[in-house]
Design a protein around this ligand. Structure first.
Ligand code: KIV
Length: 295
């Protein structure tokens, strides 16, 4: 296993303070909404930093949005670590969470701890996230006991979407809602510092909130949670794969990117780019001498 040290996080003495676990707990206590977004590279991390978000998740959604796989299942730990290390280099203040990829933590507590340690040591993450209740509860407990903060994730868990019947809202019957609730409470009892609720009815979230003492981050789970998370490429309109109903598009950045590249292509073909202001000059005498000597 390689252990590439991550870049130290530059801190400004008069800027905003880094987000910590006590600060996230305080947000919940004071009713201050927590803003979380995904990021997968240096520029998206810099955007999250400049926009003042609280938590950045290097989500395995990056498997689809930036690596082009059809689902989150195929991504390897090494691929996720490369994305996470790039994000780390672009962040100073947000709390950085790395998503443990499918197949990197389920087999045993040892496997889970070893993978989580790589996210902390090699990529500089502050915490890791894992999906599901069931056996993941014990994996979460083991990672927490090893000194690494863990965020849980229940409801629609994309790594096991096939077993859930597809990318569908969860908890829409009393029994299914009870499963989501029991998983969330078990993860809280296992020591998770926070939990993501994905794609469950808003009314179920409202009832569940009274049982959860840790900060709850929602995505497609209504407005009652302590914070919200969206996938960077969904909210900015960069990804054109399937967009779930909760993925509000705040910008249409892909259209702007295509327009920019198309304009560049048109100018190159028309001979309009580069213009004189994009070129370097040389002293006239030097140029003549260059021509003479070349001949
Ligand atoms: O991978 C991801 O982006 C996530 C969020 C949707 C919570 O898990």
């Amino acid at each position: 296993m390689s252990a590439t040290p991550h870049m130290p996080v530059p801190q400004s003495l008069d800027g905003p303070l880094p987000i910590t676990l006590p600060r996230l707990a305080e947000c919940k206590r004071l009713g201050e909404r927590i803003v979380m977004v995904t990021a997968y590279d240096y520029p998206s991390a810099q955007v999250a930093q400049a926009a003042g978000v609280d938590i950045v998740l290097v989500g395995d959604s990056g498997t689809m949005t930036v690596l082009g796989y059809p689902s989150t299942v195929p991504v390897s730990t090494d691929e996720m670590l490369m994305l996470a290390a790039a994000v780390r280099r672009g962040l100073q203040t947000p709390f950085l969470v790395g998503d443990l990829p499918f197949g990197s933590y389920e087999a045993s507590d040892t496997q889970a701890i070893e993978t989580a340690q790589r996210f902390i040591k090699e990529a500089g993450c502050d915490a890791v996230k894992l999906e599901r209740g069931g056996t993941s509860v014990q994996r979460a407990r083991a990672i927490v006991d090893a000194g690494i903060p863990v965020m849980g994730h229940v409801g629609l868990t994309p790594q096991t979407a096939t077993a859930l019947g597809g990318y569908k809202a969860q908890g829409r019957t009393a029994d299914r809602a009870l499963t989501v609730a029991r998983d969330a409470i078990a993860l809280q009892e296992a020591g998770c510092f926070s939990i993501v609720l994905e794609a469950i009815p808003a009314a179920v979230t409202e009832i569940l909130m009274s049982r959860l003492e840790i900060p709850v981050i929602g995505i497609g789970a209504g407005a009652a949670t302590d914070g919200q998370v969206l996938v960077f490429h969904d909210l900015l309109g960069i990804y054109d794969g399937h967009a779930p109903r909760f993925a509000k598009r705040f910008q249409d950045v892909k259209a702007q990117m295509v327009a920019g590249v198309a304009e560049y292509a048109a100018e190159v073909r028309a001979g309009a780019f580069p213009a004189p202001e994009h070129s370097y000059s040389i002293d006239e005498d030097e140029l003549r001498r260059f021509e003479r000597e070349l001949d």
